[in-house]
Design a protein around this ligand. Structure first.
Ligand code: GDP
Length: 366
């Protein structure tokens, strides 16, 4: 194309190729007199925040912009994908600003999960990643659970300053912003868009009082997220959409469990014990002998052992984590997939996941 078009709303260069990226506008909209990108369109016409993704440069500029101002930073994470939710570099860029950590999708947890233990684990995991949040709040953007508590916490901790909401894509940040818009009451709401310092990108601005606002920042892509290892239509299989129903297996040493074609759990050594899988109800789990696991995978990857489908399965590079699970109650956590609870006399377990996806051990949430 010869002429570059720019969005009349936010000034970003218009593109018609990638719906998930900034500046997208449907091809037919280019015939209109003024062209605006889909993101601005949705903000204007539906008061609705939507997800756009950013290049790394813009991301760094945005984070820098936040570090230069005095604000409360609200980081939204997906409680099923803590590591995949992580915004790399955030600790470096937030400067001295306080951080409120919000764990979203709490509606998916089974009832018997101890919320305080989950919060403690989130605190500890944050500290391991170099961040010390002021507080951790669990919410469900879908069901509204915890949102009132979140509004209280934001008001308490911001001390009159602006709020920046940050998060990687898929954590439910847009859903949460939309929920907050409802919670604050649309009548008082006067959302506008304004430009991020140093970028041509608009942010949604929700005035909180005469002097301060809440800003919704663009979603950033974390390429290590498990959701990027499968095709978009397979997402509904790996992401839970209903409260998780745990699946219990009695395993002997030298047995292997496949979670679709996305993870392989080898029970290498230990007494017979139960492994309880907390995963999306749509995911299939397959049991086999450790000795047969390689062959089974080679034969059935992409079909019986799916997702991912045949093409994506070919390109997976595996990474292995080795755990010596102590006796007592522990969870092996696979970021983006869920966790496996062991309440036995200890076990040696090897976990294979696509490279970049995190696996770890934590005290059980039950
Ligand atoms: P964003 O990319 O961070 O803006 O996330 P979205 O708001 O687009 O949500 C990403 C996915 O998570 C969508 O499939 C949502 O339906 C889902 N989601 C968001 N919030 C919740 C929630 O509170 N509970 C559940 N179960 N799913 C959620």
């Amino acid at each position: 194309q010869e002429m570059e078009l720019y969005c009349a709303g936010c000034g970003i260069a218009i593109q018609t190729e990638d719906k998930a990226s900034v500046g997208y506008a449907p091809p037919q909209s280019l015939e209109k007199e003024t062209v605006i990108c889909q993101r601005c369109y949705r903000i204007r016409h539906y008061n609705e925040a939507s997800t756009v993704t950013l290049g790394d440069d813009d991301f760094v500029r945005i984070l820098n912009g936040i570090g230069d101002t005095k604000a409360l930073v609200v980081q939204v994470v997906d409680i099923f994908d803590f590591n995949g939710s992580w915004l790399r570099g955030l600790p470096r860029f937030v400067g001295g600003n306080p951080i409120l950590l919000v764990g979203n999708k709490v509606d998916l947890l089974p009832k018997n999960v101890n919320r305080n233990r989950l919060i403690n684990w989130m605190r500890k995991s944050s500290a391991d990643l170099g961040l010390k949040p002021l507080d951790v709040v669990l919410v469900s953007a879908h069901k509204g659970e915890g949102v009132e508590r979140l509004v209280q916490a934001m008001n308490e901790y911001r001390k009159g300053r602006n709020i920046y909401v940050v998060g990687v894509t898929n954590v439910g940040k847009s859903s949460l912003i939309n929920r907050l818009l409802k919670q604050f009451g649309e009548s008082e709401m006067d959302i506008t868009t304004s430009q991020f310092p140093g970028t041509t990108l608009d942010v949604i601005e929700i005035p909180l009082d005469d002097k301060s606002s809440l800003y919704d920042t663009p979603g950033i892509v974390n390429r290590d997220q498990l959701v990027h290892k499968v095709a978009p239509q397979e997402l509904k299989v790996i992401m839970p959409d209903k409260p998780i129903k745990p699946k219990v297996y009695q395993l002997n040493a030298e047995q292997t469990m496949f979670i679709g074609g996305l993870a392989r759990i080898d029970f290498v050594k230990g007494e017979r014990q139960s492994f309880v899988f907390y995963l999306s109800n749509h995911l299939n789990v397959h049991r086999t002998k450790l000795a047969n696991a390689d062959e089974l995978y080679a034969k059935h990857k992409g079909e019986m052992l799916a997702p991912p489908g045949p093409d994506a399965a070919e390109s997976i590079v595996w990474e292995k984590f080795t755990f010596k699970v102590p006796s007592g109650k522990y969870d092996i956590v696979i970021s983006g997939l869920g966790w496996i609870a062991l309440h036995g006399k200890g076990a040696n377990v090897e976990v294979h996941v696509p490279k970049g996806v995190a696996a770890g051990l934590r005290p059980s949430l039950i």
